[in-house]
Unconditional design. Sequence first.
Lengths: 309, 339
Amino acid sequence: MARFVLKRLLYMLVTLFIITSFTFFLMKLLPGSPFNNEEKLTDQQKFILNEKYGLNDPVPVQYFNYMSNLAKGDLGVSFQYDNRPVSTMITERIGPSAVLGIEATIIGTIIGLILGIAAALKHNTSIDYLSSLIAVLGISIPSFVFAGVLQYYVGVKLEWLPVALWDGPKYHVLPALSLSVFVIATVARFMRTEMLEVLGQDYITTAKSKGLSNLVVIWKHTIRNAMIPVVTILGPLAINLITGTLIIEKIFAVPGLGFQFVSSIQLNDYPVIMATTIFYSVCFIIVILIVDILYGVIDPRIRVAGGKG
Amino acid sequence: MKNILELKNVNVSFHTFAGEVKAVRGVNLHLEKGESLAIVGESGSGKSVTSKSIMRLLPEKTSEIKEGEILFEGRDLTKISNREMEKIRGSEISMIFQDPMTSLNPTMTVGKQIMEGLRKHQNLSKSEAKERAVNLLKLVGIPNPELRISEYPHQFSGGMRQRVVIAIALACNPKVLIADEPTTALDVTIQAQILDLMRDLQQKTGTAIILITHDLGVVANLSQRVAVMYGGTIVETGTTDEVFYNPKHPYTWGLLSSMPKLNSGDKELMAIPGTPPNLLNPPKGCPFAARCPYAMQVCVDHMPDVTDVTSTHKSACWLLDERAPQVEPPEAALVGGAR
């Protein structure tokens, strides 16, 4: 197991190097410079600024400098926000985004699993149809619509929960809920299909023929086997949430990372773009790694293949 | 009463979009303590449905035991509650399935799968159940049972998995074991091993076996009595010798004729022409009439009564009626009986 993780971490470094390089050159292909948008900068002032940040060097030299700084763990400073270190900018902003993402994943997975399992067990009944309806709505209606509806009814009309801002647990409920709708829908749909598939398997008949009660058959034999494929989609789903909070963050005025990322691209704030990309990539790779490990925990066939490797 | 299991006029139907499919129509069977009964027939003849209805393992929503009694030690299994049925399943009556590759849970160790039934039915502690599971694996001939007990099904070969399935079925010393085509999915050499094992185990444990198969060779190997099923009904039943050496029903003749023989040389294998009846709309007469070379008008119009050939040998065919013409079975069927 340790060897498996170590091997994966090595791959992770290679992947990160490639992503960083690609992003760097793609970013340089973008038109404009960090200081074009500033009002009334003379050409000389711009030249001095460019010189200060090493932007007058040829791109390969800039690339080499950036990568060697990165290797030392230096992510650089923001061009736009008074030379603040990019690492602090990210650590300050990541909290709300991560919390929101995790909350939405947990809520979404739990409700999704329950809906999916219920739908499969009550196949072709009104419970099944209701669950399918929720799934279709959740997938086809964008999260910001739910956000608006929740804000209006729960926040403004009923005044149960705050409409926006980020100031304690009460403020988490609405954005996390609106984010989780997509997760609920995806997980429910997936789980339903997998449950139906597993329920038709021969080993379920074997389990029943042992005289186990329905509850035990479903809990110990069906759900675990149905979960295996569902775990694989959880990783990408979680990532979508962490990165996809942008709109929700904006609607609920949550001071998160997504909002900062987009504005940095608009402003050509190179170090922030690079650092945020690297940060997201690391998150993504780690989540995929965790999913792979989880997959092995649930499915012994994979554990053996990985364990001997 | 010697009969441990008795089926009286059992009718099973499936409700489909096309209508009611009468898969089993008036089956009468009995199983004595410790004996081995084979149910033979082609695909769709209702043999698996009959066995699953004994275990009440048919899909609840789409199937129904319309009529009849399934008496296990005098208790009608069609009438008892689900909870009581759970107590019987796996402990009194258990089942072996056709395909060992799919009938074990891939995410649970073999040991746990054997122990589950033991712990439920016999209230054993974990260590007692484990000890028993090791012994069971030893009994079914799996080497290194202490190690293999904590392995997963994918680490076993097909034949070894079927041994595990048998161990699961035998875990609680059931009085009746239903084996639904236990060797169909296995290699021929492994088939022989599994059959040997089952015969051996039957002698050791005294479990009564219902063997469901379409392989007459397997029947000859393992069973004392045979019931031949066709179109959801039993057309002939008797001791293995009676059915093999003195078959009375033209369908049994067909079955025996279509078995390959060692001395048949280059002769083409016999086949029964035609297809089995559609049980969505079963014929009112004999189900085999449409394919039977000896069919008379009465066969099409009326279901034949069961005629006793001997006290153990019964056949449902109009040819056995005293008014029917005398018909001799084809030679191929007789040679087939001679093995």
